[in-house]
Design a protein around this ligand. Structure first.
Ligand SMILES: [Zn+2]
Length: 324
């Protein structure tokens, strides 16, 4: 009995050790174990990020799919870019099920090309993470991915979906952004990626969902100056808007396609006009009575509680197109 007991105990310990990070059989792509002993052997772990010294802001906008960051913040991104600031639009999934007739690598490649073309129009950089569309989960591995993306860009501002949204991928981008909002500053979390010494400001992009709490606009940005670029960038993402994305229908003729492009452009203009009208009071508060009343198109953002909480002056530094 004693021998059998020891044998069983040994098996249990074997399983426990195999499951412990850094103890045995580390999964492909997982982080190396961090700790004082390991760190002292590898002095490059857990070092602070060196920030580019050009005096410009650095912004990351996360969307779940290749079009979300462009829809939610493409105008504001273009305003930053036009002033020399560095904006990265990230799609956390590759969009490979977002069409009614094509899927998989062929669709992912098409959507990557569409995102890159949009970025060129907006003056931003574009990045697509290697996660299947419709399958994003708020896992530890994905928390690391988002944390590294924010650190790699040395972000001052991070924007993403709220965790209340109809689409599970959108929701989990929100959760993952929140989960990274402190961890980006922790030296020995993802220790091989230099950590940020200043926590960025994290903001949610606009949505119309009401439960459990509606979107609250802390920053509403007039995008009149950038609306043509934004609409051009979005209409160019034909797989989603002209061809109807996951639910179609795909236009059958060239004439139908041309007609659809016009309708899509009009639809987007009225969508961003409705944000300006909905938050007119906030526009007047931020831009003053005269200018605030004249704004035609807007994007709106809500400050997340978990990152840096910018005060009024800092908000105007981070959104330098707001009047002083
Ligand atoms: Zn989406």
């Amino acid at each position: 009995m004693r021998t059998r007991h020891c044998y069983l105990l040994g098996m249990v310990w074997g399983i426990v050790l195999a499951g412990a990070p850094g103890m045995a059989g580390r999964a492909a792509g997982a982080e190396p174990a961090a700790g004082p002993t390991k760190a002292s052997r590898q002095p490059r772990l857990g070092v602070p990020a060196k920030r580019p010294a050009d005096g410009k802001l650095r912004i990351v906008v996360f969307g779940a799919h290749p079009d979300d960051a462009e829809i939610r913040a493409g105008g504001t991104a273009a305003l930053w870019a036009a002033r020399g600031h560095h904006v990265l639009l990230v799609s956390v999934t590759n969009g490979d099920v977002g069409h009614s007739q094509v899927f998989g690598p062929a669709l992912a490649a098409r959507r990557k090309a569409e995102a890159e073309a949009a970025a060129k129009i907006l003056g931003t950089a574009s990045r697509i993470l290697d996660v299947h569309d419709g399958e994003l989960e708020p896992t530890l591995d994905n928390r690391r991915k988002i944390t590294r993306a924010i650190r790699d860009w040395s972000a001052d501002v991070v924007i993403g979906h709220r965790p209340n949204d109809y689409h599970p991928d959108h929701r989990y981008v929100g959760v993952l952004m929140q989960d990274s909002a402190y961890m980006v500053t922790v030296p020995f979390f993802c220790p091989e990626t230099p950590y940020l010494t200043a926590n960025p400001a994290f903001l949610y992009s606009y949505d119309g969902f009401e439960r459990p709490n509606p979107f609250r606009p802390d920053v509403v940005v007039a995008i009149d100056e950038a609306i043509d670029k934004k609409v051009e960038a979005l209409v160019g993402m034909e797989s989603q808007f002209v061809e109807g994305g996951a639910n179609g229908p795909v236009p059958k003729t060239d004439a139908e396609r041309a007609e659809r492009r016009v309708l899509v452009a009009e639809g987007f203009r009225s969508r961003f006009a409705s944000i300006a009208n909905r938050y007119r009071g906030k526009l007047i508060e931020l831009y003053g009575e005269e200018q605030g009343k004249q704004v035609r198109y807007a994007e709106a953002f809500e400050i997340c509680e978990y990152g840096r909480r910018p005060n009024r002056d800092e908000l105007r530094r981070l959104f330098p197109f707001l009047p002083k």
